[in-house]
Design a protein around this ligand. Sequence first.
Ligand SMILES: Cc1ncc(COP(=O)(O)O)c(C=O)c1O
Length: 429
Amino acid sequence: MNPTFDLTVEFANQLDEKDVLSDFRKQFYFAGDTNNIYLDGNSLGRLPLKTKTLIADVVEKQWGTDLIESWNKNWYTKSVELGNKIAQIIEASNGEVIVSDSTSVNLYKLAKAALKFQKGKFQIVSDVFNFPTDLYILQGIIQECGNNYELILARQKDEISIDLDDLKSKITEKTALVVLSLVAFKSAFFYNSGEITKWAHEKGALILWDLSHAVGVVPIELNITNADLAVGCTYKYLNGGPGSPAFLYVRKDLQEKLSTPIQGWFGEENPFEFKLNYCPAPGIKKFLSGTPPVISQMAIEPGLDITIEAGIENIHSKSILQTEYFIYLTIEILSKYGFKIGSPLDYKQRGSHVSLQHSEAYRICQSLIQPKKSNFKVIPDFREPDNIRFGFTPLYTTFTEIWQTVERIKTIVETYEFEQFSNERKLVT
Ligand SMILES: Cc1ncc(COP(=O)(O)O)c(C=O)c1O
């Protein structure tokens, strides 16, 4: 993709006029505040309007009035139904995805199941860009298994990309499991999942993809690439709400071969028989553990419906155009102020956020969020040591907002507005 951009705001307006997804913005809540540019949908997606009314109904009618009867009406089957909707978004099949727990817990369940299945292999391969929770979970599993396993991390080629030759050389016949984030949380480096899955399979390894920064914004071809296992968040580009339960995917033919390490009653074949001895439910349901957080779980569905209606192909095309446009404006306008692009320039290797690196990244980020000299705020986020992450959510981010953001950053550095802020980090950055 190599569109011809220009620097004027009129050009940004024209891109918005031509945008086939522009009407989807109206399906989100905007708190009457048009001077608020939200570029953190890769961390916490916006609130869909339908979720607002749905949650009022879940609280007042389903919980308040119908009480326990709501389990039979629509709560009990929701994990499976939501899983089947997510399957449409990640190119998996019905019965291969389920919603439960957090991404961390799901990763634990699937990694442990995979290691138990891969007898006689004691290496786990990941990379240095993986989200820390994934590495922490793997380290914990290794301790739990008497330190019999070894975690091997592929190194980075530079600050932005993983060294693919190094990764491939580390996946060998000794590898039990490969665990990678499809899109890296900091640089947005985007793996070619087909190539890596094929490589892992040739060496007899299973692969577990963390889709958190990818789901809802880039194409994910789990069935086409024959991926074994996957997990992911629903509160980012899927707009499921803060702390909404995560999902997990297990390829059909693996489901009866793997067992869950958390044998809770929700994964039992018939929980309401209350037998004393556990017998796993058939298929994907055995990977459920206990009672889900119903209100948070019910909040997921409207975001999934919007994504399915908009279509991943349309969403991804707009994401590419938006990230390309932001990179163009950064190179043309911001590079002379010390900004460096901390994300791949090739859109085929990039998710939907772009990191900008700067020695004053934290204070510039604070100036964007708490403007002292402007009537509009921009909300990106900060990742150590020097990255401001700008997340572009095609369902509601406009091109004009991207143009305004770059202009605002330029003003902050030109006027040294960031000097009014402390470098002391807040609890959540
Ligand atoms: C790539 C990735 N994996 C896992 C997680 C953690 O998910 P959870 O808090 O649901 O366990 C995150 C959170 O941002 C993430 O970005």
